[in-house]
Write a protein that binds this ligand. Structure first.
Ligand code: FMN
Length: 286
C-alpha cells in the first residue's frame, strides 16, 4: 500500500500510484477544515531518511470528498486517512469520507508535529479509546488506527485500540526528530521538531510490529523504512499481513511497488511457501 502523506492528495496522483502496482492506497491525512501547514523548510534530509514537519496541509474533508468520489472507482481499496482535534471531529471526518466512497479509514493518531491531534491523542490511552469508539459508532467500514512509535509501550497502546473496537493497526508513523544547522545554529525545520522516516526507522518499526503481534490478534499493517522486498519480508515475518511504503516512493520512484511485489513472490517461491499468509509472524515461532 501507499502510505499516507506521499502523493495522496488527489485522485490523479493516487491513480498514478495504482498504475505502479500498489495493492491499496492511503490518502494524505484530511481534517474537518482546510489547513495550510507550516512554512518552509518542511523537509530535511537525514543520513538514512527524511525529517518532515509539513503540518498536515489539506483542503478539508468537504473539498476532499470530490477526490474520494473520483478515486472510489479504482479497483483496489481506497483508505482515507483522517485526523481531528477531538473525538467528534475524527468521527465527523470519517463519516464524510465513508459517505463519499472510502473503503476504510485510517485514524492518524500519530503525527508527531501538530499539537492537540496526532500523537498527542495516540499517546493518551483514554483519548485514543474515545476517538476509536466515536468513529466506530458512525462508520460501517473497517477502521484502522495508525500508531506512534513515540510511546513507552506500543503493544499496550495497541491493546487499548483493540478493546475500543478497531479493526486493524498500522505501525508505525514517523519517529519524533530534529536537525540543527551547524552554520546558523538554528533548527532547520520551521516547526523545529519533525518526524523521521525512511531506512533509519526500519528496525524500530519492525520491533513495534513484532511487539504488537505478540499481544493482539488483529491484522497489522507494517510501515517504516521499507525500500525493497527484503524489508517487506522482514515486516511480514515480524507479524504484519500487509505493508505500506512512503519515503521509498520519493527516493526510488513509484516502481518500488512492482519491484517489491515481484521480490516477495520470488522469495515465497524459493522458500516453498504458497502464500504470504504462511510467513506472517513466522519469526515468533523460532
Ligand atoms: C512527507 C511526509 C508526509 C507524511 N504525511 C503523513 C500524513 O499526512 N498522515 C500520516 O498518517 N502519516 C504521514 N506520514 C508518515 C508516513 O505515512 C509513514 O508512516 C512514515 O513516513 C514511515 O514510513 P516510510 O519510512 O515508508 O516513509 C508522512 C511522511 C512523510 C515523509
Amino acid at each position: 500500500m501507499l502510505a499516507s502523506g506521499i502523493l495522496g492528495l488527489s485522485a490523479e496522483t493516487l491513480g498514478y500510484i495504482l498504475k505502479s502496482g500498489a495493492g491499496a492506497v492511503v490518502t494524505k491525512s484530511v481534517g474537518l477544515k482546510p489547513r495550510k501547514g507550516y512554512a518552509n523548510p518542511t523537509v530535511v534530509q537525514a543520513s538514512c531518511g527524511l525529517i518532515n514537519a509539513i503540518g498536515l496541509p489539506n483542503p478539508g474533508i468537504n473539498e476532499f470528498t470530490r477526490e474520494i468520489r473520483e478515486a472510489k472507482n479504482f479497483d483496489v481499496p481506497l483508505i482515507v486517512s483522517v485526523y481531528g482535534f477531538s473525538a467528534k471531529e475524527y468521527a465527523r471526518v470519517a463519516e464524510k469520507a465513508v459517505g463519499a466512497g472510502a473503503d476504510a479509514v485510517e485514524l492518524n493518531v500519530s503525527c508527531p508535529h501538530v499539537t492537540e491531534t496526532g500523537s498527542e491523542i495516540g499517546q493518551n490511552p483514554k483519548l485514543l479509546a474515545k476517538v476509536i469508539k466515536e468513529v466506530k459508532n458512525v462508520v460501517e467500514k473497517p477502521v484502522i488506527v495508525k500508531l506512534s512509535p513515540n510511546v513507552t509501550n506500543i503493544a499496550e497502546i495497541a491493546e487499548v485500540a483493540v478493546k475500543a473496537g478497531v479493526n486493524a493497526i498500522t505501525a508505525i508513523n514517523t519517529v519524533k526528530a530534529m536537525a540543527i544547522d551547524a552554520e546558523t545554529a538554528f533548527p532547520i525545520l520551521s516547526n523545529r521538531m519533525g518526524g523521521l522516516s525512511g531506512p533509519a526507522i526500519k528496525p524500530i518499526a519492525v520491533r513495534c510490529v513484532y511487539e504488537i503481534y505478540g499481544k493482539v490478534k488483529l491484522p497489522i499493517i507494517g510501515c517504516g523504512g521499507i525500500i525493497n522486498w527484503r524489508d517487506a519480508v522482514e515486516f511480514l515475518l515480524a507479524g504484519a499481513s500487509a505493508v505500506q511504503i512512503g519515503t521509498a516512493v520519493a527516493i526510488k520512484g513509484s516502481n518500488v511497488f512492482k519491484n517489491i511485489t515481484r521480490g516477495i513472490n520470488a522469495y515465497l517461491k524459493k522458500k516453498g511457501f504458497s502464500s504470504v499468509k504462511e510467513i506472517v509472524g513466522l519469526s515468533h515461532k523460532k
